[in-house]
Write a protein that binds this ligand. Sequence first.
Ligand code: FES
Ligand code: FES
Length: 244
Amino acid sequence: MRENQQEDFPGADRHSDADRGNTNNSAPQSTSRVVENTNPLSEGNGAAQLTRRSFLMWVGSSGAATALPAAAASAFAAPMAASAPVTMDPGLVNVRLTVNDVVRDAQVDVRTSLLDYLRENLQLTGTKKGCDHGQCGACTVHVNGRRVNSCLSFVAMHDGDTVTTIEGLGTPDRMHPMQAAFVAHDGLQCGYCTAGQIMSATALLKEPCGRGDADIKEAMSGNICRCGAYSNIVAAIRQVRDAT
Ligand code: FES
Ligand code: FES
C-alpha cells in the first residue's frame, strides 16, 4: 500500500522517514536537504534581486550585522587614517627687527602679520588696520626704505630688517617735511588713512615717479581716502617733491 502511494505521487520519495516521524532510521537525512542560498551578495543572486528589504533581511538573519563593523573597519581604516585631521602646531619663531632705530627681539607666532606685530606687540598704533587685505594702504610702513603693506607681510619674513613707522618718521615737535606739508595743505579729514598716505608719499620721493600730478596720483593709487582728501594730498606731495 505504502509503495503504491509512493508510485501514485511521484517525488514523494524525496521525503525521508525522519520527515514522516520515523525515528528508527538513524541516517543523517537532514544533511541531504538542499539549503537555499539566501545571501543576496553571492553569485546567483543578481543585482536585480538585491533590494533594500532583501539585504536587511539577510543581514539580520545571517549575523552579518555583527560582522559588518569589523569588515567596514578593515575596509575603511586606511582611507580614514589618511584623511584624519592633523593637529597643527603653529609654532613660534624668534625674530630681530630694528623698528624706528630700536632693536627689537621677539618670539612670535609664525602667523603674525607685521601689522599686528607693530600694533599689538610694540603698541605702535599709528599704523592703522583698514581692510587687512592689502587694498587700502592704511597699514603702509617702510621696510628697508621701501613701502610695504604690513597687513600682507608676516613678521617672520623680516628677521634682520629695518622698519620705519609713522612714529619713527617725525614727532609733533620735529615733523618730517611731508607731515608738515599734510598739515599745511589740510591733506586729511578724519585722519584714519593719513599715516599710510604719508608713509607712501615719503617712499614715493625715492621712486622713479614722473613730475606731473597724474604721476603722483598713479603712484598713490594704493592708498585710499574715504574722506576724499585727494586733491590736498597731491598738493602736499607736490610741494615736498618740488622742494627736493
Ligand atoms: Fe593693509 Fe588695508 S590694512 S592694505
Ligand atoms: Fe579720512 Fe582719509 S582722511 S580716510
